[in-house]
Ligand binder design. Sequence first.
Ligand code: V47
Ligand code: SF4
Length: 389
Amino acid sequence: MTDSIDILIHAAADKGLTSIAQKVKNKERITDEECLLLFEKGSLAFVGSLANFIRERLHGDRTYFNRNFHIEPTNVCVFSCEFCSYSRLYAHKEEGWELSIDQMLDIVKTYDGKPITEVHIVGGVHPKMNMAYFIELMQKIKAHRPELHVKAFTAVELDYMFRKAKLTVEEGMNQLHEAGLDSLPGGGAEIFHPEIRKQICEDKVDANGWLAIHEAAHNLGMHSNATMLYGHIEKYEHRIDHMRRLRELQDKTGGFNTFIPLKFRNQDNAMSHVPESVTTEDMRLYAIARIYLDNFPHLKAYWPMLGRQNAQLSLSFGVNDIDGTIDDSTKIYSMAGSEEQTPAMSTAELVTLIKQVNRKPIERDTLYNEVKDYSTVDFKAAGFDASLN
Ligand code: V47
Ligand code: SF4
């Protein structure tokens, strides 16, 4: 490994990038200026090789996925983010959906007897679905299936819920945690920088509010993820500012599991005139995020948004997690134009995808405990046993 990075250090000499490769070799943190240099001057091969070096130093070939499903309680939302293809205003709620607690519990029950480890619950910010509603939902899910990990609510949903209930962030988080909320997904972060935030999602929780909610969760011993919506009107400086704020909070709490860059998809939203990023730029971003976020243990490519082949490609650019089976239970990306119109992958498909690029498929739970090592499981020999799907 050391030899290969020495070759990179040599190759980078004429572009002012040598010291970055040297820092990666020495496990030193890169600065914001160095990160900008990577965005502006780093070739795909250079940033990819450095990111892959870090990924293999951290995880070897281990590549994680989980068995999960989503519940989207509603797409009715008090906000109107410019990039969102999914939400409907309350005044037009008949165009959207609103699930009752019993309907959501029925979804959970359809997985009875199936080896699912996580439910991911995220939706629009509905003016009438409040703390009491979601506390009851958490309690009922846990009463039905106590071991199912509940990863739920973006900081945007939580901020609205807490403010409406006149609770401090700490009080609100504590109540939901006690009711059964295990961890937070990374949504709602978008781009933290106010210059961009005010153009794409002006009225929802700002950067400090988002970070304070995740900090409160971390202080209760809960873990969370962090996302960044990229590839629209933001500049490299805004991406770096976003990642710097995350890196600082992670230094303080250590509570983030995964960073998830979310590629902006432009179908049927108010930003449809903005072109989507190209694959090389997607891969460069993954790689640079892996280099910059030295205190994040994992980097995830969310395949329903990126597409399964690009998710597979990202495994050579620093990514070590491709999320889960999903089971066609989310609409956010299909409505925004992702090629994955019915996102569902069996365990056999996920394992095959990972093995095709010579990585080691590991089923994990939400907190990255190993559930099963699939590197030696031969699905063909097992006759594609449905019980493994
Ligand atoms: O907050 C909405 C994004 C997020 C678009 O934590 C869009 O494991 C691109 O956060 N183009 C919700 N992105 C999804 C999310 C998530 C997904 C998977 C795993 C995890 C995790 C978190 O989706 C929103 C917003 O940033 N989004 N519309 C769009 N047109
Ligand atoms: Fe509402 Fe979330 Fe869509 Fe914004 S991204 S409009 S908060 S559902």
